[in-house]
Write a protein that binds this ligand. Structure first.
Ligand code: CTP
Ligand code: MG
Length: 225
């Protein structure tokens, strides 16, 4: 399934257990319509003109079903499928190890956000040719934010100005992400790059990039298909 190296590589991280979803199989294999959840983002990345190669990061013991799914969908850009790690950052590192040395850009996407679009991919790639190290899509936070203590007591109200809820896909210059991901933990890749001093731009996200955390999320996304 591999081919010659080229510019934009996508790492599709699907290796989480989906504890909060609560199935006895990984969340990436929960059903969205007739197919496993993983099928939707995989097909969309494969069809995107922005993307040259795809690395799938699968849950342990789900590598084979992931490869079979890519074959069933006739994906032509899947370079490899590797086993994920204990944390999301570990899974990203496992994917990065597969990315060709001469790749220019790495786009990291959560399989749990199935409705990735060409528009948002274009928006996160654009800043990389304008001097930015990376770009992330986000939605302005509209609710009032409060910090609540362990005992349930409201401690304070957090100023909302400039706050965004950040999504994936996130795009980075390949070398920057490689250096930043060499050790360290963060809940997203931008966190790794920020900690390494990289300049990351926030761009407009998409409400349809809702992350599947619970069965209700999956039902909502199924209605949007
Ligand atoms: N992920 C991963 N490897 C991990 C943890 C998460 O590849 N060790 C991926 C998930 O598969 C998902 C994305 O990172 O596509 C975002 O993670 P999240 O929504 O938290 O998924 P899970 O970790 O599977 O869910 P939970 O936290 O409820 O267990
Ligand atoms: Mg998780």
């Amino acid at each position: 399934m591999s081919g010659p190296a080229s510019g934009v590589w996508a790492i599709l991280v699907a290796a989480g257990r989906g504890e909060r979803f609560g199935l006895d199989q990984p969340k990436a294999f929960a059903k969205l319509g007739d197919d496993p959840l993983l099928a939707e983002p995989l097909r969309r990345l494969d069809e995107s003109d922005w993307i040259d190669r795809i690395v799938i990061v699968a849950p342990p013991e789900w590598e084979e079903p992931s490869i079979l799914l890519a074959e069933e969908l006739a994906c032509s850009k899947v370079h490899s499928c590797v086993t994920g790690g204990a944390t999301r950052s570990d899974s990203v590192r496992a994917g990065l190890a597969e990315v060709a040395a001469d790749a220019l850009v790495v786009l990291v996407h959560d399989a749990a956000r199935p409705l990735v679009s060409d528009d948002v991919i274009g928006r996160v790639l654009a800043p990389l040719s304008e001097g930015w190290d990376g770009a992330v899509p986000g939605l302005r936070v509209s609710d009032t934010l409060k910090r609540v203590g362990d005992d349930g007591a409201v401690l304070d109200t957090v100023a909302r100005d400039g706050l965004y809820a950040v999504q994936t896909p996130q795009a980075f210059l390949a070398d920057v992400l490689r250096r930043a991901a060499d050790g360290g933990e963060a809940t997203d890749c931008a966190g790794l790059v920020e900690a390494a001093g990289g300049r990351v731009k926030g761009v407009e996200g998409d409400p349809r990039l809702l992350k599947v955390t619970t069965a209700d999320d999956l039902a909502k996304i199924a209605e949007w298909l």
